[in-house]
Write a protein that binds this ligand. Sequence first.
Ligand SMILES: Cc1ncc(COP(=O)(O)O)c(C=O)c1O
Length: 421
Amino acid sequence: MTEGHDERLAFARRMDRADPLAHLRRNFIASDGLVAYLDGNSLGRPTVGSAESIQAFIADQWGGRLIRGWDESWMELPFNTGDALAFACLGAAPGQTFIGDSTTVLLYKLARAASDARLAGDGARTEIVLDTDNFPTDRYVLEGIAAERGMTLRWIVSDPTGGVSVEQVASVVGPQTALVVVSQVAYRSGFLADVGGITRVAHDAGALVLWDLCHSAGSVPIELDTWGVDLAVGCTYKYLNGGPGSPAFSYVRADLQAVLSQPIQGWMGAADVFSMGPEYLPSSGLRRFLSGTPPVLAMIAMRDTIDMIAGCGIAAVREKSVALTEFAITLADEWLAPLGVSVASPRDAARRGGHVTLSHPAMRRVTAALWEQDVIPDYRDPGGLRIGLSPLSTSFEETYDGMAATRDVLLAVLREEVGLG
Ligand SMILES: Cc1ncc(COP(=O)(O)O)c(C=O)c1O
């Protein structure tokens, strides 16, 4: 090991000793043989508390209360859990956030509701603004809505190593814009968008805004009420550690709830769920955005992480997140840049979320080889190795180990490619 490596390892260990969130790592279930988990931005790790809560729920609630559980508490779980999340992570007052279907389905419900409301206004608002590098599901859902409702998609061409700027949105919105849909943190580059600024220019043009918070919730401070956001959706299985396929959350600003109508009219959204009436009469509040029976079991695991973040504060989470991504970029510059790797994420921490993408044509092979060694980042085309650093569960030394393994594997792959392997 060279002197520089010793210094970096010593730095990592010093950072871990000084880390005010270090004790929270003990709350996560250990994975046998794991060297470095660098994908908490895609699937968060399970907590000990969530395993205990699920077991207790099955025994006491499901087993003990049986069908009575619905009347006693489960009907309110989407809203109670939503309020807890809103308090800890979203900067939103109670009564505006719920846990529902998948992000894809909630995107559809809210984007359709918003588009329909604006189409019904003066009939001239027929455009949906989106960007070329938003997550595929966002683009596909909006493509479907445009086809269904005879609307036009207005594309912002976004830089895959950056993201959508306020100026770009300002240049395309106008009297024709019904809805603007952007991700707060870009899934590929990690670019952190200016939610307040983009929301303002969209509102100035008379449009509604729907934010995708999948890669930001639980990692980046969010102020939905202060920023005047209309609508938002986000995953709970990433930084919120809700488990594979755990249901997504939605935020619908209080004054919009009675005005918007979502397209999947189910009995759980009705004003009186158990009246079983002849026709659909929507609830006047947030319940109208539900469709079918809430996924009660799948809502339990996320609560442990929501409570952890409420306890330590999202500002402390962000502080560690920035320090972790800075460290990963420093190591990338020192170790990987000489091997031809470029940082495909913003270098300005103020414009960067919780992950860093490292670009090189060999990264698909590198990722596969790293997984074999229990070093787990993920890969996104073209040539992007994503390093997701989840502040509650990732340490600086783990980041060091993951980056060192990436360097060694890339070196081996490159040697093999030139026949030296
Ligand atoms: C930014 C973003 N939006 C939407 C989704 C889709 O979520 P789901 O598959 O849960 O519907 C994802 C999933 O990774 C995502 O990262």
